[in-house]
Write a protein that binds this ligand. Structure first.
Ligand code: GDP
Length: 309
């Protein structure tokens, strides 16, 4: 990408999109096309097409999506499948119609089967049933991958896709009803410390394993793939390191400086038992993560204190 190439970051106010904008700015890309969702609803086909016709972006990072944690996915399945299908259909089709040179779709490792062999290789896609708590979201993202591949096959486009594992960092959603586990626990431990509560409640059994990757690493990996990857298969982005929800809770308790107990609420769902991505494909391409979990937790807690307290 030339430094003056017109680059559309769809979803630039979100966790991944805002990290992409920071990284692009840091590297000197100065011609970014950005629209907030209140200015442009990407679920609207005519409005999305009009943006592409008027602005003619050369590169597109498709980071706009309806995302959320296990409770939000479980409570609003229609929103998760409809919004994501509409956004992807509109952006990918408009990109094709308007000659976009290259597009990167961001998804998630929840596209893989619930009981896929671990660590999960990209080849596991569509080899078994999905985790029910986020199946509608996953189906939409699988459709996004297939859209990219189909346009490449029929129209010769260069649309690629990347699947980050559970991610976290600045601009994450810290709302306890809709967030993912890491920001939720950071907020719970912080509020318990401030109020002097004796304990913090963690959903589920604490035994599921999850892998986390800092969003600044995801932004760097996304740029790396945009520059270097031409394959049609999705590429996992992760740290390749997992821990249990209990271990995660203990680390966050330490970072926040809470000294009380951790209590597990087994009435809440565990979700998929294990979700470790195989990152050998992106390692072979020449990229690996740089931010280890403890450092990322400290940085994210500092951001939370500075911005949300
Ligand atoms: P998932 O990775 O798609 O299952 O999404 P989440 O990040 O929402 O949840 C990951 C795991 O953390 C699940 O086993 C949750 O039950 C567990 N968890 C524990 N406490 C919380 C919490 O306060 N919020 C959320 N979202 N998950 C929690």
């Amino acid at each position: 990408m030339d430094k003056d190439a017109k680059i559309y970051v769809a979803g630039h106010r979100g966790l991944v999109g805002s990290a992409l904008v920071r990284e692009l700015a840091r590297l000197g890309y100065g011609n970014l096309l950005l629209r907030e969702s209140r200015e442009l609803d990407l679920r609207n086909q005519a409005d999305t097409l009009a943006l592409f016709q008027a602005e003619r972006p050369e590169y597109v990072f498709l980071a706009a999506a309806k995302v959320g944690g296990i409770a939000a996915n479980n409570s609003f399945p229609a929103d998760f499948i409809y919004d994501n299908l509409m956004i992807q259909n509109n952006v990918i089709h408009s990109a094709y119609l308007n000659g976009v040179a290259k597009l990167l779709l961001l998804g998630s490792t929840c596209i893989y089967p619930r009981l896929a062999p671990q660590p999960i290789r990209e080849e596991a896609l569509l080899t078994g049933p999905l985790e029910p708590t986020n199946e509608p979201y996953a189906i939409a993202k699988i459709a996004g991958i297939k859209l990219c591949q189909s346009y490449n096959r029929q129209y010769g486009t260069r649309f690629i896709s990347a699947m980050p594992t559970n991610l976290y960092g600045p601009n994450d959603n810290f709302d306890l009803d809709s967030s993912h586990v890491l920001p939720a626990l950071m907020r719970k431990f912080h509020e318990a410390k401030v109020s002097g509560s004796p304990s913090v409640t963690v959903w589920g059994s604490g035994t599921p394993y999850r892998e986390f990757v800092h969003v600044d690493d995801v932004a760097r990996a996304s740029l790396f793939l945009m520059e270097r990857y031409e394959g049609w298969e999705p590429v996992n982005i992760g740290s390749g390191q997992e821990l249990t929800i209990r271990e995660l809770a203990e680390k966050i308790r330490e970072v926040v400086g809470f000294t009380g107990e951790i209590v597990f609420d087994s009435s809440k769902p565990d979700g998929t038992p294990r979700k470790l991505s195989d990152v050998s494909r992106i390692h072979q391409l020449g990229w690996r993560h740089g931010i280890e979990l403890m450092q990322g937790l400290r940085d994210t807690y500092a951001w939370y204190l500075a911005n949300l307290c």
